[in-house]
Design a protein around this ligand. Structure first.
Ligand code: SAM
Length: 230
């Protein structure tokens, strides 16, 4: 076993001991070569459980955070997943290892071009778009799952609108200093559901959102129309 494979295995053990218990997510993290997604001078730190700087003052997220948010989404093979904040491309690669079809949007051109090269050299086919991700990707909606990997003051309405009913969205919500990871499930209201006359007879009002919060994360800001106006 080479050094990177050993380090990857150790990282999976650290995540397991930190409460990540989805075998699928642990398996995916155990497969993605994180050293390909960090700058060359930081390769020795690729398997530390920390975020690391990439270019354009952005970061590749801490492996625990990637695993935690991915686990909340409960990805099924074939799910159409929208990621906002491609960054290095690492999170996209983890989603691909879980069998998802991945659509990822990044606002910084330098990062999206670099991520496109990294992902394709590593054999991951991901649909990429250079744009303000707070607007989502309307032409490809609806999505079964949406993951936002930058911290926002609010939930972008356009993302909620592009989430399939029965779908899940995870997003860090808070101020510039710290955020909570919020999981939103888009469901039909059970009482209204009893009144249905046909499979697609639900009204907008019968859709409800269940929210759950997980404390204390630190992300770079989501900058855009429905994020921070910096
Ligand atoms: N998921 C990335 C990875 O695996 O490397 C880490 C992402 S980094 C923590 C957050 C990213 O969100 C940055 O690359 C940043 O440029 C991007 N970002 C911020 N606001 C955005 C927006 N409105 N639309 C798309 N990307 C945005």
């Amino acid at each position: 076993m080479d050094l990177n494979s050993r380090n990857r295995k150790e990282l999976v053990d650290i995540l397991k001991n930190s409460g990540i218990d989805s075998p699928e997510v642990l398996n995916a993290i155990g497969k993605v070569k994180r050293e390909l997604f960090v700058p060359p001078e930081l390769k020795n730190y690729a398997y530390n459980n920390t975020s690391l700087p990439i270019s354009s003052h952005q970061t590749i997220s801490q492996p625990f955070t990637v695993a935690f948010m991915t686990q909340l989404l409960e990805i099924n093979p074939g799910d159409r997943v929208l990621e906002i904040g491609t960054g290095s491309g690492y999170q996209s690669a983890v989603l691909k290892e879980l069998g998802a079809e991945v659509f990822s949007v990044e606002r910084i051109y330098e990062l999206i071009t670099k991520a496109a090269d990294t992902l394709s050299n590593a054999g991951y086919e991901v649909h990429l778009r250079h744009d303000d991700g707070t607007k989502g990707w309307p032409e490809e909606a609806p999505f079964d799952k949406i993951i936002v990997t930058a911290g926002s003051p609010k939930i972008p309405k356009q993302l909620l609108g592009q989430l399939a009913t029965g779908g899940k969205l995870v997003i860090p919500l808070g101020d510039e200093i710290s955020q909570d990871v919020v999981l939103i499930k888009k469901e039909f209201d059970e009482i209204q559901e009893k009144n249905k006359t046909g499979a697609n007879s639900y009204s907008e009002e019968s859709i409800k959102y269940k929210m759950k919060r997980y404390k204390n994360f630190k992300f770079v800001p989501l900058i855009g129309e429905e994020g921070w106006n910096i």
